[in-house]
Design a protein around this ligand. Structure first.
Ligand code: HEC
Length: 100
């Protein structure tokens, strides 16, 4: 009797364990084409969409650099040291204080 109950419970559990289907919204925002865009594509989209960048206000070079350092130090972004300055320049010109 006990075995039958256990079996019934196990079957009920199994029936409710349908695979969970998660559909992410399509990626709609892309980085602007300009020198340095390759680095942004390769280094910034590992963790989140380009929208995190495009929705920022027109930030200064100092502010963009601080964001990049935060990505590295707080979130562990594996960014090659030699690319930081070029990335700051790209972000400032495309989305920051120097964007047209
Ligand atoms: C290792 C993962 C990782 C990488 C790589 C990464 N980020 Fe982030 N980023 C995060 C996380 C985590 C957050 C915070 C998310 C939240 O608060 O919802 C974030 C947030 C942001 C924000 C929102 C403002 C803020 O300060 O929180 C901006 C802008 C941003 N990232 C830019 C960048 C840029 C530019 C790059 C490429 C140089 C980059 N990220 C690479 C993990 C990453």
């Amino acid at each position: 009797m006990k075995t039958q109950l256990l079996l019934a419970a196990a079957l009920a559990l199994h029936a409710s364990a349908a695979p969970l289907k998660i559909e992410l919204p399509p990626e709609t925002v892309v980085f602007k084409t300009a020198p340095g865009a390759d680095s942004a594509l390769g280094n910034c989209l590992i963790c989140h969409s380009a929208e995190y960048v495009t929705t920022q206000p027109p930030l200064s070079p100092v502010a963009w650099k601080a964001i990049i350092e935060k990505m590295q130090k707080k979130y562990g972004a594996p960014l090659p040291a030699g690319q930081v300055d070029a990335l700051v320049e790209y972000l400032v010109k495309s989305y920051g204080a120097a964007a047209k």
